[in-house]
Design a protein around this ligand. Structure first.
Ligand SMILES: *Cc1c(COP(=O)(O)O)cnc(C)c1O
Length: 458
């Protein structure tokens, strides 16, 4: 049975269900399995079968097997494509893995459709209920709301910065029409929304009264669910044990860390290419061995506009010899000074597995245009950053799978700017712009937001 330990080394080891509901470890660290289970060959069958097989050892002893298989099947039945995450060949030896066929059109659905069901299942078993609050700059909020809508045991309040998300993103949050999910437009920035969430967690009486919880990107269950599509892509390629390189448009490092996890389980992964936009702290880390924070610059790929990639902590823990105290010290230095350096051994170990690359907004637009002209295919700006980086880094004869993280219709302005074509929303969202919006607007004020949360929870 897999147990989970914290990257800061000062929290008790716990089982899967406790990491699920707990999110962050009590010492401030992130959970990792104490040992990576091995893949016993490549699982056969459709996406749900592969998913159940890959994840089974991670949940064993904590979630009963039959319920788990059922939840996996239900989660992926919400995807509009029969193959769930289809693999398509873009050009010779370069493939796209389309992760955007879920309800809210971004890869976040792959993990969250399952995680929402796991939460509901575990709360039912414990006879508990919770209130989840979160802050979003766009994609995570809608995916999280969709994943728990209708749950009897979960109330969810998502804060977003008024006027700063795309219209598609906002409407995906405000038109869900379910009694337990609530979108709140805050008069402020994304950082203000995040600070409000942190302040609610710091307010102990409030936190206990509403039984506050979170589903943010550091939750282990999200990484676990993302491991699956690396295994799936290799199975679909049918190249047996020949290694495959993956290129991953990266923000919080959750997606690409899952690729690393798949390799630790024995999947034949060659290199992991970390693709960034102008916010390229990870590319610079790979080149220099030094993390140096800079101001976040808004780009055409907003879900990657991040300077401090929270999931990087999991990889740092491994690079630092699984030393929790050393991990904590390195991150403290980084927080206090904005700079932290790896030793040359640690840097060598990092570049043996990961390669970095970046695309500016101009390059992103020209890739979207080029892919449309050459292949008649529309790609979103995040995927375009991946394609551009993969093309630049690819060696002759290397098989590369680039992860396509969002549907082009989720970011129609950039796609139209590049190609003159406005991508159409898929059928299930075709009437998104006619649906009634339900949204509360609140000032950037903790008491008013807390009062709102208390008034809507059931
Ligand atoms: C969240 C997101 C990313 C970044 O993924 P991380 O796991 O944070 O690295 C990339 N593209 C899209 C479309 C996203 O929504």
């Amino acid at each position: 049975m897999v147990t989970y330990r914290s990257t800061r080394g000062r929290a008790p080891e716990i089982g899967f269900a406790d990491t699920l509901l707990g999110g962050l470890a009590p010492d401030g660290g992130l959970y990792l399995p104490d040992a990576w289970p091995s893949l016993d060959g490549l699982p056969e069958g459709d996406y749900s079968a592969v998913a159940a097989a890959v994840m089974a050892p991670f949940v064993a002893g904590s979630i009963d097997q039959d319920s788990f298989v059922e939840m996996v099947a239900e989660a992926y039945a919400t995807f509009r494509h029969a193959e769930v995450c289809p693999l398509v060949e873009l050009e010779d030896g370069h493939y796209l893995l389309e992760l955007f066929h879920g309800p809210t059109l971004a890869f976040k659905d792959v993990a969250l459709q399952l995680v929402g069901r796991l939460f509901d299942h575990e709360l039912r078993r414990r006879n508990e209920r919770i209130t989840i609050v979160g802050a979003t700059s766009g994609d995570t909020g809608s995916a999280a709301m969709d994943s728990v809508r209708g749950s009897e045991l979960i109330d969810m309040v998502i804060l977003f910065p008024q006027g700063r998300t795309s219209e598609v993103q906002r409407r995906q949050m405000t038109t869900l029409d379910a009694p337990n999910v609530h979108a709140v437009a805050i008069d402020g920035t994304f950082d203000d929304c995040q600070d409000l969430v942190k302040a609610m967690f710091a307010d102990e009486p409030f936190r206990d009264r509403v039984r506050l919880s979170a589903v943010n990107s550091i939750n282990w269950a999200r990484v676990m669910a993302q491991l699956v599509y690396y295994v799936w892509a290799v199975q679909q390629l049918g190249r047996g044990q020949q290694p495959t390189t993956f290129c991953v448009p990266t923000g919080n490092f959750g997606n690409v860390f899952a690729g690393h996890g798949a390799r630790r389980m024995g999947l034949p992964v060659d290199r992991l290419i970390v693709a960034s936009n102008t916010n390229d702290i990870l590319t610079r880390l790979l080149v220099s061995g030094e993390m140096r924070a800079e101001q976040v610059v808004p780009t055409l790929s907003p879900s990657m506009d991040i300077q401090i990639s929270s999931n990087l902590e999991r990889l740092l823990f491994e690079l630092l010899g699984e030393d929790g105290a050393a991990t904590e010290a390195l991150l403290r230095t980084f927080r206090q000074t904005g700079v932290a350096a790896l030793t040359s051994d640690q840097h060598q170990q990092l570049v043996a597995e990961f390669v970095g690359g970046r695309c500016s907004d101009d390059e992103t637009l020209s890739i979207i245009a080029d892919v449309q002209q050459r292949h008649g295919m529309l790609v979103d700006p995040h995927t375009a950053v991946g394609i551009g980086t993969a093309r630049a880094q690819r060696r002759a004869d290397e098989t590369v799978v680039t992860l396509a993280t969002a549907h082009p219709a989720k970011f129609p302005d950039a796609v139209e700017q590049a190609t003159g074509i406005r991508p159409a929303l898929p059928e299930h969202l075709a009437d998104l712009f006619e649906r009634d919006e339900q949204v509360s607007r609140l000032p950037n004020d903790l008491t008013m937001v807390e009062d709102f949360v208390e008034s809507v929870r059931r």
